[in-house]
Ligand binder design. Sequence first.
Ligand code: CTP
Length: 394
Amino acid sequence: MLAGKRIVLGVSGGIAAYKAVELCRRLVDAGAHVIPIMTNAATRFVGETTFNALASEPVLTSLWDEDSPIPHTLLGQSADAVVVAPATARLIGAYAAGISSDLLTATLLATAAPVIVCPAMHTEMWEHPAVQENLATLRRRGVIVVDAEPGRLAGGDIGKGRLASPATIVATVQRAIGPHDMDGLRVVVTAGGTREAIDPVRVISNRSTGKQGYALAAAAHARGADVVLVSTVDREPPPGVTMVSVESAAEMADVVVPRIADTDVLIMAAAVADFRPANPADRKLKKGEAIEAIPLAPTHDFLVDIGARKPAHLTLVGFAAETENLEENARGKLERKNLDLIVANDVSMPNVGFAHDTNEVVIIGPGLRRPVPLADKSVVADAVLDAVVAARAR
Ligand code: CTP
């Protein structure tokens, strides 16, 4: 999502500067071209060499150490985003007041690109009205402030003032840069295999790990959507995504179905069980009971219900995990469930589907057949969302 984007990473002088190293690496990993600027004070906390080694260009520290007399205007004009992490109280104050005392503040004042400011400081400074008023001023001007988080601070104190996590900052940069083609859309993504109780201890489940659903939720958030992830997986949601945890198919239906009136896009990436134990025991079954069979009953296919009463505003996307006759089976489900799109994957192929970081799919809809060759699940997620955006434009 950040491929080819020019990101100026400003590092000011706080102890959290060491975390900007990890942030720099993650931005580069996401495909960005990262140009680091350090303030003088920042160079006391982390070595320039570290950023030289990890960023896409050598670190810049001064208005005066380049041949160009106007590095700040060039940087400001060419950047797709400027990220300041950590942003100290001084840096925030100078930026809010429009004082360009060094290369970083000069670049901030010279850019029209989205600016993401990530404060980090001791709690007393964070809570000081001067800092909060400066941050309010920046927010009012359209600057994105990634709030400091509570936690352990330098010196061992506990309080608010920690730099947000690199994952949160990268997600914020992605959303700021766009594309903004899902702005304001209310998206629900389901993820993971449902677990159907045999007794209070045991379940019947499947091999789904939820990775494709999580990638879809992160990508939809990056494109501007308000995302709810309905997940069976015990894993933190992507930054900015609201998660509702469920276990069984029935619980998933109870969360998803009442939301349909307020949902623009439902993506059913979850592997919902087709069968559940017919009579789950309310106590743990003991070894000595010699159980010979577990009678099964079908679960309710709530996607069929939603499709049958699909409101006009809703784009409905299903998944079809198949091991044979991939496209034929997927087309059958597309029609039977009255879906707008179905994402078909052959889970018997190497590196495809359950538990892998990669996937290979065919996205099918009325008049659409888009094969997506083996790629990272985030790439597949964006291809699915491209198809969603195109379907909604029709
Ligand atoms: N699905 C659902 N509720 C179910 C079963 C499936 O909502 N009880 C959804 C899945 O989330 C998926 C789509 O329906 O988006 C297709 O699921 P899949 O298991 O591939 O197909 P089934 O309809 O269950 O058909 P089959 O088991 O015959 O392949």
